[in-house]
Ligand binder design. Structure first.
Ligand code: NAP
Length: 316
């Protein structure tokens, strides 16, 4: 592989680590962007040993912290002439969390990690991506956004900095789904905005995948049982890592941009189902459609404007 570089955020466990192994095996220069260097050294060694790749670097990045993102991007640009592939894989999703959590910048942590951080990081790396002959961005999304088939479900814009923390109980599941829906909307808009620079931007709709050992260890005993059950019936992290690789490198997806792609590597389209009972049931089981809410231009603009304002406002 001729001098092609990929950044994978959260590459120290789960799908991110599996993807790092795949890219390294295929001869890519892999930058594992992880928040805890000491803890991630073991993962880096595993990636190197398994892949036999000799270009696997570990760099510090807390994707929920705007200053950490700025530091990472500055350092990356000093070390590398260009970037070919950017994979926003890291995410915050703490099973069972019932208390509002905030980032160092006082943003609600799910949105800071899963939406605003990747937005800023992309913006800061766009010029480096534009130097690649085939630049691609992949955003990790989830089947959890399918709850937006419920027409009442909306992103809670009035609570993104925990404004309602004294009146509204926190649900990590709702915030996770909201942050990933917002991220999908950013994917659509990024594809338009960065089209001129030749950058292809897509999102991957990830279903339940085996939960990594590292993540299971972080859970409370009850959730460990649920996560172990999920792992028993789900696809492997390796198969999803291979899918990341395919979307980011294959000719099949070379010209594809602004799409949501499922784990079967099919393009997911906006739902065409009506509101009758039969349609609602069919829609629920159809993994090839996403909720039309994701196409709402007004909401897309709002997510974009908010991401831009909040990440610019935060001290440089
Ligand atoms: N597994 C599934 O069933 C599933 C389903 C749908 C979607 N997804 C999506 O797939 C992606 C990968 O998930 P996974 O299952 O592989 O999860 P995982 O094993 O828990 O890995 C998540 C990674 O994100 C990192 N991370 C979290 N917050 C971070 C931060 N602030 N800065 C930098 N890194 C951070 C974690 O680092 P630490 O080790 O430091 O915590 C970890 O490396 C996520 O975007 C997730 O939302 C997964």
């Amino acid at each position: 592989m001729e001098n092609r570089t990929v950044i994978i955020t959260g590459a120290n466990s789960g799908i991110g680590k599996a993807a790092a192994i795949k890219f390294a095996k295929e001869g890519y220069h892999v930058v594992m962007a992880c928040r805890n260097i000491e803890r991630s050294k073991k993962a880096q060694k595993e990636v190197i040993d398994t892949s036999k790749g000799d270009q696997v670097e570990l760099m510090e990045l807390d994707v929920s912290s705007m200053s950490s993102i700025r530091r990472f991007c500055t350092e990356f640009k000093q070390r590398y002439e260009k970037l070919d592939i950017l994979i926003h894989n890291a995410a915050y999703f703490n099973h069972g969390e019932k208390t509002y959590q905030f980032s160092v910048d006082q943003l609600e942590l799910t949105f800071a990690t899963n939406t605003f951080g990747p937005f800023l990081m992309t913006k800061l790396l766009v010029d480096h991506l534009a130097k690649s002959e085939d630049p691609r961005i992949l955003n990790a999304c989830t089947t959890n956004i399918r709850y937006f088939f419920d027409p009442k479900r909306k992103i809670e814009f009035d609570n993104l900095q925990g404004e309602l923390k004294d009146s509204k109980p926190y649900s990590v599941y709702i915030n996770y789904g909201n942050s990933k829906m917002a991220f999908l909307m950013l994917t659509f808009k990024m594809a338009d905005v960065y089209e001129g620079a030749g950058i292809k931007v897509n999102a991957i709709q990830i279903p339940a995948i085996k939960v990594s050992r590292e993540t299971i260890k972080k859970l409370s005993p009850g959730y460990r049982v649920i996560a172990s059950l999920q792992s028993f019936i789900s696809d492997s992290q390796e198969s999803m890592g291979d899918t990341y690789f395919h979307i980011c490198t294959s000719d099949e997806f070379k010209e594809v941009t602004g799409k949501l792609i499922n784990d079967k590597r099919e393009i997911v389209i906006s739902s065409h189902y009506g509101s009758g009972v039969k349609d609602v049931i069919k829609q629920f089981f159809d993994k090839n459609v996403y909720p039309t809410y994701a196409d709402d231009q007004e909401v897309i603009e709002k997510v974009w404007e908010l991401s831009d304002r909040l990440t610019s406002d935060i001290a440089k």
